[in-house]
Design a protein around this ligand. Structure first.
Ligand code: 1GP
Length: 242
């Protein structure tokens, strides 16, 4: 399999599943066979090794890439197709920028399969979201800040992707577009509150990769449709590929 950073360049639509929420086998089968490009396993609270392993094992039964997003080092499950490491660029706590990552690498550094690991530079924008509270993110910002975070992620930190995160809320297109302006090659992820076709289209035009999470648990049929909503929309101003 190619490096995760290369594989990510082909992701247009991804589902994010939460190990702390339950999903029936038939729902999981539909999610994994709906034509999405990858399933990311991750969440903010109640994440354990046991619930992460259980969900990852179930997903790996299906022919879809299964990638774990690591928020707690003790929950890392060997055998996933890749590992995404969040770096919360607008966190006011050092912990979510380098400290948690440093501790994990100090412990497990000799065994990390780096070709299957990629950093996601997050900018968390929904003030009331669990992730914003947990990471003490500074969510108040102007569009120029987003452009600057995007440049910082790509040109200073050399991150493969910037993630505009509105978890639980549909975000502002102008903010996603401001992030776009700062990027040349790094990929732009958007996630947050997608529940209708028009919303998916707007964000698919602005971003490279659209993440659908909650909708899987709220309205499975709509979530399955979201694959088509995203994939039938062309992005404009996409990051340049090599
Ligand atoms: C969450 O960005 C993802 O990390 C998706 O957001 O759950 O609101 O779809 P939703």
């Amino acid at each position: 399999m190619s490096m995760l950073t290369e594989r990510m360049k082909t992701w247009r639509h991804v589902f994010k599943l939460d190990p702390n929420r339950s999903l029936s086998e038939s729902a999981l089968e539909k999610v994994c066979t709906a034509g999405t490009d990858a399933v990311i396993v991750g969440g903010t609270d109640g994440i354990t090794y046991e619930n992460s392993r259980e969900l990852i094992q179930r997903i790996t039964e299906y022919p879809v890439q299964c990638v774990q997003e690591i928020s707690v080092e003790s929950a890392v499950v060997p055998g996933a197709d890749g590992y995404l490491i969040p770096v919360v660029l607008n966190s006011s706590s050092h912990r979510w920028v380098v400290e948690a990552q440093h501790q994990a690498i100090r412990k497990y550094g000799d065994w990390i399969p780096w070709q299957d690991v990629a950093a996601l530079g997050y900018v968390v924008l929904h003030r009331e979201s669990k992730v914003a509270r947990l990471t003490e993110s500074r969510t108040e910002m102007e569009s120029a800040d987003l452009t600057a975070y995007a440049r910082l992620a790509e040109f200073l930190f050399r991150m493969p992707a910037l993630y505009v995160e509105y978890s639980g809320m549909y975000g502002e297109e102008r903010m996603v577009r401001a992030a776009r302006q700062g990027l040349e090659k790094s990929r732009l992820f958007y996630g947050g509150g997608i529940s209708r076709e028009e919303q998916a289209q707007v964000m698919s035009r602005a971003a490279d990769t659209v993440v659908v999470g909650n909708l899987v648990y709220q309205d499975l049929e709509a979530a399955l449709q979201s694959v088509r909503w995203v994939k039938e929309t062309e992005t404009n101003g996409a990051s340049q590929d090599d």
